[in-house]
Design a protein around this ligand. Structure first.
Ligand code: NAI
Length: 715
């Protein structure tokens, strides 16, 4: 799936090269686009060239290859899908694709796909319709069907041909999670037949096409294990298990994975054509679903935010400093060695060696998965410099500090760094909640100080929240954004204040979960209600992950914000921490965890109730629990927009979904507000305020939107 605008495809998107050796190569090269995408116009061209090559008697074998330097086909053009008017039109589009690929599939001449770069979604479906797939052993080559992540299903035969090619058991994870695989893994799965070096891949494919033509075989051999899962009883069992697993994980909120399973089942029990027909029908219904529309929007924004949005030009960062080699500092170093030298400074050798291990492990993992070549991993490793000497950061163009969360310490570290740095070197702090202006209060150059709020674990979490204080210069923001983008992050820029945006909207949400436990709710009921709403983790389990001590600190740092709402944060967290409940780190929190190294499920920790209102527990309606928490988060997000902490609703939605797990299918707090209606949310908040206190008072901007019946996004 890709992002490129849907311009009509000019002639030349598919070129036919007739080689002397009897191979016809269909070169894919959508003009004016960096990558190839599939659109109706592209299908037409493809169909025309395919007819030509099939009719040509001099051609004995066919190769499909991309003329783009580093991409096969990135997927369907999403803008085409968004402009579709109704499920029927979407189903027809899928049918058209299916008819074309069926002709490819049944071509009387062997067809080989030469995959270098991304073959995703429709791109992989084209390859799956070929007799043989040869892929380059290059980090840029990835194969996958990510449609499910957009609330869709592969609508060009993917649900049919993938299980047939690799077997049901290997196909289901790819179809249901949308995960991508690199060439070697794809070869092990049986998805790719041949792995080769990127140079001359089309020639290799041509040679293979001729071999297939000579041997006269078009059918692929399948292992007995693959065939077994296609037989009735085995298949039914595997699909039944998969359905249960999907229900458990998605809690019935996402229709796409279940539709995928239906298509797979139909195809395997009633044949390819019945499966394709089902696929087109289900695809049509999903394209117009609200879930897909929310997820596609988020996808566009995510891509948008990977690009520069600043007026000022970023300064080049050739050398980066990281102060503090703890959990976060090590993660920041890991994602930075891809761009240039990184100097990591801590007070002790122990912390430095532990950070070095983190970086080394990360590189090893990337090398194993094929994301990095051995040479590149080695180059990155040698860019890491570890030191206890602060003077080593001299010459860095930017430093990011990740020392303990302590205002005085952070000021001291800033002063130490300023003594070493040039006047235009950026100083970023990875504080979770301390206002940047406070940290920069005594700075010599406050204009180059800003927040870079990473999420944990840094290499995994996609969001970076840049915090621009009033005094921060635009060039410093632009520079930090460029660094974040190079680290692979989706970057939002927010204003300064306690908790910035994400921590600020998370705090009342988590606090309310604790209040509910104090009022007599069961731990598991609170968490289950929010998971049923679409959060990936319940709030109390999340507090355990963060640590009750850290949770208590954050609540304290945001105390002023709570006071503005006429409430104080619950004192249950510091009390529980003092009583020995630290969360997952000491296996005692709202849940009891198995000791490290032992595998067991976590269990709700009933002993917590002795500190939070006593043992008798009572029932709370699920919708009340959901609204009390989720609407506090939504209302606080509106306040952030009102106060200019957020520049626009888009940043608020991306921040909440990618940073905090706000249900992606709801599109983020602002999209949710537009869907549920500002008036309805205002009324519900007023009702909750009457029942539970002023912390639920609707934000002024929300009331304005409700009164004027205005949406946060133009429709
Ligand atoms: P940590 O305790 O793992 O690491 C802190 C490191 O700073 C330690 O290795 C310590 O030796 C070092 N240090 C202390 N004084 C120093 C100095 N003067 N110079 C150089 N190094 C010094 O802490 P963690 O979790 O990595 O947090 C660091 C910062 O990141 C904090 O401000 C925290 O609030 C923030 N943060 C933490 C997140 C998390 O999930 N852990 C998430 C987002 C932000």
């Amino acid at each position: 799936m890709t992002e490129t605008m849907s311009e009509p495809v000019a002639a030349g998107a598919v070129r036919l090269e007739r080689r002397n050796d009897g191979v016809g190569i269909l070169w894919l090269d959508v003009p004016g686009q960096r990558v190839n995408t599939l659109s109706p116009a592209m299908f037409d061209e493809f169909a025309a060239r395919l007819n030509e090559v099939l009719r040509d008697r001099t051609v004995r074998g066919i190769v499909i290859a991309s003329a783009k330097p580093d991409g096969f086909i990135a997927g369907a053009d999403l803008h085409v899908l968004e402009e579709i008017d109704g499920a029927t039109e979407a189903a027809q589009l899928s049918q058209r694709g299916n008819e074309l690929l069926l002709r490819l599939d049944r071509a009387p001449k062997p067809v080989v796909a030469a995959v270098h770069g991304a073959a995703l979604g429709g791109g992989l479906e084209v390859a799956l319709a070929c007799d043989h797939i040869v892929a380059s052993d290059d980090p840029s080559t990835v194969l996958g069907l990510p449609e499910v992540m957009l609330g869709l299903l592969p609508g060009a035969g993917g649900t049919q041909r993938l299980p047939r090619r690799v077997g049901l058991i290997a196909a289901l994870p790819l179809l249901l999670t949308g995960k991508k695989v690199r060439a070697r893994k794809a070869k092990r799965l049986g998805l790719v037949d041949t792995v080769t070096s990127p140079g001359g891949i089309a020639d290799t494919a041509a040679r293979l096409a001729l071999q297939l033509a000579q041997s006269g075989t078009k059918t692929r051999r399948r292992s007995w294990l693959r065939r077994l899962t296609e037989l009735g009883p085995g298949r039914r069992l595997v699909l039944k298990r998969a359905r249960e697993e999907v229900q458990r994980k998605s809690r019935g909120l996402y229709p796409a994975p279940l539709a995928i399973l239906d298509c797979v089942e139909t195809g395997l029990s009633q044949g390819l054509e019945a499966g394709l027909a089902r696929e087109s029908k289900e695809f049509g219904a999903l394209v117009v679903s609200p879930q897909a529309s929310s997820l596609i929007r988020l996808f566009h924004w995510q891509n948008e935010l990977k690009k520069d949005e600043d007026d000022a030009a970023p300064l080049p960062v050739q050398r980066l400093g990281v102060l503090g080699a703890g959990f976060m500092g090590a993660g920041i170093a890991s994602v930075s060695v891809g761009s240039g030298p990184v100097v990591v400074r801590d007070l002790t050798d122990d912390s430095l060696s532990s950070a070095a291990r983190t970086v080394a492990d990360g590189l090893k993992k990337q090398r194993r998965s094929g994301a990095l070549t051995a040479i590149e991993a080695d180059r990155r490793w040698h860019r890491l410099q570890l030191t206890t000497d602060v003077a080593a950061i001299r010459g860095c163009d930017m430093v990011i500090e990740a020392v303990f969360e302590d205002l005085e310490l952070k000021r001291k570290v800033l002063a130490e760094a300023e003594a070493e740095l040039a006047a235009d070197a950026v100083f970023a702090t990875n504080t979770s909640a301390l206002p940047i202006a406070d940290i920069a209060k005594e700075a010599k150059h406050p204009e180059r100080v800003l927040g870079m709020h990473y999420f944990s674990p840094v290499p995994k979490m996609p969001l970076l929240e840049l915090v621009a204080a009033k005094q921060t210069a635009p060039w410093a923001i632009a520079t930090a954004r460029a660094v974040g983008i190079a680290q692979g992050k989706t970057v939002i820029v927010v204003g300064d204040g306690p908790g910035f945006y994400t921590t600020r909207i998370l705090a009342p949400f988590l606090n309310e979960a604790v209040v509910l436990v104090e009022e007599g709710a069961r731990i598991e009921d609170v968490d289950r209600a929010l998971r049923d709403f679409g959060y990936p983790v319940g709030p109390l389990a999340l507090i355990d992950e963060i640590g009750l001590d850290v949770g208590a600190h954050v609540a304290r740092d945001l105390g002023a914000k709570f006071a503005e709402r006429g409430t104080a944060p619950s004192d249950a967290l510091p009390k529980l921490f003092a009583a020995g409940y630290a969360g997952r780190k000491n296996q005692q929190g709202f849940y009891r965890y198995p000791p490290p190294g032992k595998k067991a499920r976590k269990e709700p920790n009933d002993s917590v109730y002795a500190h939070t209102g006593g043992a008798p527990r009572r029932h709370f309606a699920r919708e009340d629990v959901q609204d009390r928490l989720a609407l506090l988060m939504v209302n606080e997000a509106v306040r952030c927009l009102e106060e200019g902490i957020l520049r626009c609703p888009r940043d608020g939605d991306i921040g909440a979904v990618m940073g905090l797990g706000f249900p992606p299918l709801l599109g983020g707090p602002f999209r949710y507000l537009d869907q549920r209606g500002a008036g309805a949310v205002r009324d519900r908040l007023e009702q909750l305020a009457q029942a539970h206190g002023t912390r639920f008072t609707p934000a002024n901007l929300l009331v304005e939107h409700a009164n004027e019946q205005r949406a946060f996004y133009p429709s």
